[in-house]
Design a protein. Sequence first.
Length: 418
Amino acid sequence: MQIDNNQLLRFTTAGSVDDGKSTLIGRLLYDSKSIFEDQLQAIEETSKKKGHDGVDLALFTDGLRDEREQGITIDVAYRYFTTPKRKFIIADTPGHIQYTRNMVTGASTANVALVLIDARHGVIEQTKRHSFIASLLQIPHLIVCINKMDLVDYSEDVYNDIINQFEEFSSKLLVKDVRFLPISALNGDNVVNPSKNMDWFQGAPLLHTLETMHISSDINKTDARFAVQTVLRPQRKGFIDYRGYAGRVSSGIFRPNDEVTILPSGFTSKIKTIDTFDGELKEAFAPMSISITLEDDIDISRGDMIVKTHNKPESKQEFDAMLCWLNNSPARDRAKYTIMHTTNEQKAMIKEVLYKIDVNSYNRIKEDKQLNMNDISRVTIRTTRPLMIDEYRDNRITGSFVLIDDATHETVASGMIL
């Protein structure tokens, strides 16, 4: 199978505290030679000061001073690296229960979630919590990395027992592709190079799995959605009458001569040209940033959506969503918030909290309707004007939104439309 060398894969790491997430990322970067010399030198010096014999690989991602002092990850750390086969963005997310919101933030755009399990402890509540969030966010691929295999003598029986534990509860999850991998991040077993200590494992190491994983079909190519960010009117020589609608393709494919409808107005037209800085295109697809010109002169502004005439999103003013509350302050009853959905911005309120979810047991809590930080709940949202929405499971861009507190301008919640 041929891999597009420019293809970008985003993955997130999740697991309990001290499961070795930061060490795993450090090992990935170190063994794939993706670290600049000055970074390596600085980390070697810090490792010596801390009294380590070798390089403390976790320091590659634990950037905040508090994290380095406590030896834990408390913020989402993003790292970029490239191999000859693919580009990667890693979101290293925290393991503590109180940082669930950080995991939701880091995982929201990921193609792959790496869930780490300590081989000595097996599946614990945090494993279930992180796997549930990965499922809730519809991350298409899950790689369960059973780490610290060196501390259980690289036992195949321990590995198989943890797979059984995981499969027992994961049958309830909505993840299409789950893979298992025995690793030792500290010693580098099955991270970049195959493990000599686990010759019973026939699969590929983690980096090879990430490099060859098929992610092209993860993007929705059926439902063509283009949210207009701005209108381009250069009004200079050669572009006197140019009127282009600029933005990023959320999903689907657009081509010149396609018949399109502009929402919410409902006017129809045909695509005249699809332009980029480098010239015209014969087709555009997610996540390309483009400018579309139309055959007809239609009043279109930021927040409008261009879609194929025979495939439209729903226009709704009231809808249900799974909401993750991100703010320290609890939700206020029937308070007004600003909802940001694609490029559309308007007022909204949480009309009703239907139930909260215990993400450790997956049980619904119907008695407690108070939304506090890190709570995940099913709610009914009402907006001042209709939004053009898809279900989150069909389209992660047009099916998601954030709520902003008008008084503090803080992002208080992220939501997935049902």
